[in-house]
Design a protein around this ligand. Structure first.
Ligand SMILES: *Cc1c(COP(=O)(O)O)cnc(C)c1O
Length: 383
């Protein structure tokens, strides 16, 4: 039986050629492909700067470090995300505070965040990490207003949403990760995401200061910049001026990323086409779809539906070779967070969402026939 996964990469001969070409070139890492990928990605996302890193989790870790998260920090994020969105705060010893989601968009609810901020003294919180969950762009203009009122920074977890956008109050189209409203944004190039590098990640920003910090932290905190060094003992000399990491992305991976990026716009259009077909197929049923608001250009990393008999449907699909998935078990329900003392029932909307959600196959190479098969099996088994 042919398996239809919930997401998968699309590797073409051009991708293979690009990787092979880099493999036989002078640089396997720290060569010209890194900068080329960064520049092209920044252009796609419409941000000023981009920093390629080892994976999306490393991107989050570096963002938290660059913004100074430490054991005194409290940071707010959504419970409906991949654990890494929260974990980056823990890597730096900070405390994660979850706020509940909006029922219809499944995004971090601005009002819930505001309530948290209002009931604590000024200075309690340092930042917010909103997530463009499933590819639905967060209205970061609204979050920026709130963040400014409380002196907070914003890291946008845009892993699900390269190419997605929303229209701000001035009527301007704002691409996810473009750095207009968030201080930093991060992306992942894991094979289930829009652009595959095997492993890979990117940080985007419009802030030169943060950009310089990230470059340093990505490579051990090592510099050869005469303006940053205390002395210079000769051509060989460098200084480690901060505690950084090796979070570099290789030229091999960047070559793949550059090649993949050329097909990102058409991949996004195909995802949206698939979504429209699902929307239509389920419109006269009890199946609850997430319909984007006016002006929202949804990037559809995931196509999520909510139904009462989720487990029955999951098992039935599985028996037919359709490997749907659940995104996500609320982060605060994970045993690690439970051990830290988080209570399971504190976020009723996240819990209610989790009990009904299931992500259907969504990737550009999903054929019309495969999608028809998925739709038939969903309608047969959802009730
Ligand atoms: C995939 C993902 C990450 C982590 O990216 P990796 O490249 O797998 O480390 C972080 N946040 C979200 C929302 C993701 O989907």
């Amino acid at each position: 039986m042919k398996v239809i996964p919930y997401g998968r990469q699309n590797i073409t001969q051009e991708d293979v050629d690009a990787v092979v070409h880099t493999l036989t070139s002078e640089f396997l890492t720290q060569g010209p492909k890194v900068l080329e990928f960064e520049e092209k990605f920044a252009r796609y996302i419409d941000s000023r700067y981009a920093v390629a890193v080892a994976n999306g989790t490393a991107a989050l870790h570096l963002c938290a470090l660059a913004l100074g998260v430490d054991s005194h920090s409290k940071v707010i994020t959504s419970p409906i995300t991949f654990s890494a969105s929260a974990n980056c705060v823990r890597y730096c010893g900070g405390e994660v505070v979850f706020a509940d989601i909006d029922r219809s968009t499944v995004l971090l609810d601005l009002e819930k965040v505001q309530i948290l901020l209002e009931k604590s003294p000024m200075g309690t919180y340092q930042g917010i990490i909103p997530v463009d969950f499933a590819g639905y762009p967060v209205n970061l203009e609204a979050f920026r207003k709130l963040a400014d009122a409380y002196g907070l920074w914003i890291i946008e977890d845009a892993c699900h949403a390269p190419g997605g956008s929303f229209i701000d109050s001035k009527g301007k189209k704002q691409f996810c990760g473009n750095g207009t409203y968030a201080d930093l944004a991060i992306f992942s190039f894991h094979p289930v995401k829009h652009i595959a590098c095997g492993e890979g990640g990117m940080i985007t920003t419009n802030n030169k200061n943060l950009y310089d910090k990230l470059l340093l932290l990505r490579t051990h905190g090592i510099t050869k910049d005469p303006n940053l060094m205390q002395e210079n003992q000769g051509g060989w000399y460098y200084e480690m001026i901060d505690l950084g990491y090796n979070y570099r992305l290789t030229d091999i991976q960047c070559a793949l990323g550059i090649s993949q990026l050329t097909r990102a716009p058409q991949g996004l259009l195909r995802r949206q086409e698939i979504a429209r077909r699902y929307d239509e197929a389920f419109s006269n049923s009890e199946i609850q779809c997430i319909i984007p608001e006016e002006g929202v250009n949804h990037a559809y990393h995931l196509y999520v539906i909510r139904i009462d008999k989720r487990k029955t449907l999951y098992d039935a699909l599985r028996q037919n070779g359709i490997y749907a998935q659940v995104h996500y078990v609320p982060v605060h329900n994970m045993p690690y967070y439970q051990k830290l003392g988080y209570e399971k029932e504190i976020m009723p909307l996240a819990q209610a969402y989790y009990e009904k959600c299931i992500s259907l196959p969504m990737y550009p190479t999903l054929s019309d026939e495969e999608q028809s098969f998925v739709i038939t099996k969903v309608l047969e088994n959802a009730f």
